[in-house]
Design a protein around this ligand. Structure first.
Ligand code: ADP
Ligand code: MG
Length: 787
């Protein structure tokens, strides 16, 4: 890193013959030479403060009028060119009023070879150096930019020949994400030799000259930047050094007021002054300590020189002075500017970057070298991948290491990074795997517990439902008992009324139910059972596949069946069927008998034939040809038997059809009965649920039961009118037809209701039902019960 202030030089243009020299003195004695300008008194009424008579300015070096171009180059440009060759950026700019010798200094005079300026001399020097240095590979490019009225033009654009400056594509500034400046439309030309580079300079200068017309003296009012781009790299190295040297010929720094211009030229002058003003601002900003913002963007020139004015750059300024009497003020102004520039401290650093392509090549080479070295040390050639055998061995080692309970055990795989890495990966995998399986187990456990809970809940739900069902059954049965009791009471009441005048009947029909219970109970129970058994129980009880009628439900069905209108039809059918079966059986027996008789008669005829044949052998006569009356009789009897058999058979056939038909009818009636029962049963259950939800929902049936007993006892004291049928469906009709209770002569004792258990599955239940049935039978027999 090179750290120094910007070097500022002064160059005084030789005075022409007619020019009157201003008073100045150069002091070369000190380390920093100084230029003293003395303002003559006759100029005191000018714009310069006439109170001061002399101005002293310090420069790194002052080149007086007679200084030659080679001296200027050696002192100013050569050190910068050397830095650029070393990889730093550099800028040399000439600042001064028009005609002060900027172009002469930067480009040179056109007449003599010795008048060559900094650019050709620098190019010559650089190529000379490049030729001398064979340790690096250099590439050189040049560009030539002209900034006129804040617009950039490429002086090396081949279209310059045919076009005016304004018609050429403008060079624009593009800033990338790293805030690097790129110039669009500015061509970069490679120059492999000094000659090529000089040709390009000549081309640019010619273009600059062509564009210049008497009306448009661009050269004085435009800035020109000739840039030499050098990239260098040592052979085999991935490091690339890039540097550039800007050689800047600025526009004239003279003030507008002094020039006395107007119109188009004034505009130009404004631009020139403005861009120089911005250049000054940038320079002031760069000179200030801790200044974070540098206003580079204000003008094109400062933007282009952004990376070459301050910061990472070797910057040199040449203040060109035309020190004749008339230009004293401008000269002082230039010197002041130079003093400000001199305050800037630059820290130039090497512009090195890595060439990725070369880096890869270099790294590959390094890897190979290291591999070779490793193979030499280990005695083994190593591939990037471990072999299958090595992997297996490592797996075994890891397993042993994990199984080893010794806390001091180690996993030694040697100094092989591949193996060490594999072990770490494998251990990580194993750890993750065990974590995952733990998680899985936990989840499984949770889900099992959940399942168990759900099963328990399901079981509880089922139990509750069953309990509710049982409650319903009990309630329905109790209701039925109540109705039966009511019916019995009504019947008794009617019986008493009907037989009021007949003592015989009264005696025979005034039944004390208490007494009549025992004799009837057994027989009626038997009847009920018989009646019930005549049904195909299975078809009724197996309501749904897998669902059986509960005992309570069965008992209720038995009672329901007895009261059902269709039960009589079924009974009738049953009787008829029995009769027809008996008839068929009898007919069948007769048929068999008839068949046997016919067979017997056939046998007798055969016997008769044998006898007659024997007789013919012993006493041959014409008897044989005669008709045998016995045989004739037998044959007639057979014919009659056959006729009878046929008649009976046809009769039996008819009976079979009738029986089948009857069976079908019966089955149908049973189905209807079952269906009716189911409808009624569910209705009853629903009603009960609506009426007494608290009982239905109660889980303890023992507590609900007494209420039923109470209500049933209460009802048992009432008398009701007769109803033709006690069908649960007609319960409402029955209520409508009910009459006011009359004087009950006797009370039906509730058959041990207090002893009826809750489940409905008991002898007491059966007794109740038997009693009801018995009562019904009595009433039927007496023509008072259901039809
Ligand atoms: P500027 O570019 O600053 O406007 P020029 O470089 O064009 O000024 O110089 C104006 C004239 O002065 C030119 O003819 C040039 O040859 C001449 N001149 C300038 N400086 C010197 C010098 N040091 N020695 C000889 N002639 C010079
Ligand atoms: Mg010039």
């Amino acid at each position: 890193m090179v750290q120094e202030t910007i070097r500022v030089y002064a160059r005084l243009k030789p005075l022409g013959r007619r020019q009157q020299a201003g008073i100045y003195s150069v002091d070369d004695e000190k380390s920093l030479p100084s230029l003293e300008i003395i303002v003559p008194h006759d100029l005191a009424d000018g714009f310069i403060n006439n109170k001061r008579e002399s101005y002293k300015f310090k420069f790194h070096k002052i080149f007086d009028q007679e200084a030659k171009q080679d001296v200027v180059f050696d002192n100013i440009a050569k050190p910068v060119a050397e830095c650029v060759l070393a990889g730093y950026n550099g800028t040399i700019f000439a600042y001064g009023q028009t005609g002060s010798g900027k172009t002469f200094t930067i480009t040179g005079g056109a007449e003599h070879y010795n008048d060559r300026g900094i650019i050709p001399r620098t190019l010559s020097f650089i190529f000379d150096q490049l030729q001398k240095d064979s340790s690096k590979v250099y590439t050189t490019h040049v560009s030539y930019l002209e900034i006129y009225n804040e617009c950039g033009y490429d002086l090396l654009d081949p279209r310059h020949d045919a076009s005016r400056l304004e018609d050429l594509p403008k060079v624009t500034i593009i800033e990338d994400s790293d805030q690097n400046i790129h110039l669009k439309n500015l061509s970069l030309h490679q120059a492999t030799s000094e000659e090529e580079a000089l040709n390009l300079l000549f081309l640019g200068d010619t273009n600059r000259m062509i564009a210049e017309t008497p009306m448009n003296q661009a050269s004085t009012r435009s800035h020109c930047i000739f840039t030499i781009h050098i990239s260098s790299k040592e052979p085999g190295s991935a490091t690339l050094r890039r540097s550039k040297l800007h050689l800047v010929d600025l526009a004239g720094s003279e003030r507008i007021a002094k020039t006395g211009l107007g119109g188009h030229l004034l505009t130009e002058a404004k631009y020139i002054n403005l861009s120089l003003h911005y250049l000054e601002q940038v320079i002031i900003a760069l000179a200030e300590k801790n200044r974070s913002h540098i206003p580079y963007r204000n003008s094109m020139m400062t933007s282009v020189l952004r990376d070459s004015l301050g910061g990472n750059c070797m910057t040199t300024m040449i203040a060109t002075l035309s020190i004749d009497k008339r230009n004293i003020d401008e000269s002082i102004s230039t010197c002041r500017f130079a003093q400000r520039v001199a305050l800037i401290k630059n820290e130039a650093v090497l512009n090195e970057e890595i060439d990725p392509r070369l880096m890869i090549v270099q790294l590959k080479k390094e890897i190979q070298e290291l591999k070779d070295e490793l193979a030499l040390v280990t005695g083994k050639q190593r591939t990037s991948e471990l072999s299958q055998e090595e992997l297996l061995q490592l797996d075994e080692s890891i397993e042993l290491f994990l199984k080893d309970n010794d806390p001091d055990s180690t996993l030694d795989v040697g100094a092989d990074m591949r193996k060490i890495k594999y072990c770490f990966i494998r251990l990580k995998q194993l750890l993750n795997h065990s974590k995952a399986s733990d998680k899985k187990q936990l989840l499984q456990h949770i889900s099992e517990e959940k399942d168990a809970n759900e099963a328990e809940k399901e079981e509880l739900k089922k139990m509750k439902e069953l309990l509710q069902q049982r409650n319903n059954e009990i309630n329905i049965l109790i209701n039925m008992i109540k109705k039966e009791k009511k019916k019995a009471r009504d019947a008794l009441f009617q019986l008493n009324t009907a037989s009021a005048g007949s003592t015989v009947l009264e005696q025979s029909l005034s039944i004390n139910l208490n007494e009549s219970r025992s004799p009837f109970s057994c027989s009626s129970l038997k009847e009920a059972k018989d009646f019930g058994s005549s049904f195909h129980r299975s078809s009724f009880l197996c309501r749904k596949p897998g669902e059986k009628m509960s005992l309570g439900c069965q008992e209720a069905f038995e009672v329901f069946k007895q009261d059902h209108a269709d039960s009589i039809t079924i009974e009738d059918h049953k009787q008829l069927l029995k009769q027809r079966f008996a008839e068929a059986k009898c007919l069948g027996e007769k048929l068999n008998e008839e068949k046997d008789r016919i067979n017997h008669l056939k046998g007798a005829i055969t016997q008769r034939h044998i006898q007659r044949a024997a007789l013919a052998v012993s006493s041959p006569s014409e008897e044989l040809n005669k008709l045998d009356p016995v045989e004739e009789k037998l044959r007639r009897q057979i014919e009659e038997g056959k006729q009878s058999y046929k008649t009976m058979f046809n009769h039996l056939k008819g009976l079979k059809i009738e029986i089948e038909h009857l069976q079908l009818l019966m089955e149908k009636a049973k189905m209807k009965l079952q269906k009716d029962f189911e409808v009624w049963w569910s209705e009853e259950a629903t009603n009960l649920q609506q009426e007494k939800p608290e009982m239905v929902n109660s889980s303890n049936t023992a507590t609900t039961y007494p209420q039923f007993i109470k209500s049933s006892q209460h009802l048992s004291t009432n008398s009701f009118s007769e109803t033709s049928r006690v069908s649960p469906k007609e319960d409402t009709v029955e209520k409508r037809n009910s009459i006011a209770p009359s004087n009950p002569t006797s009370e039906i004792r509730t058959p041990s209701t207090s002893s009826v258990p809750l489940t409905g599955d008991s002898q007491a239940d059966a007794d109740i039902l038997a009693f009801i049935k018995a009562r019904q039978n009595i009433l039927q027999k007496k023509g008072l019960g259901n039809k």
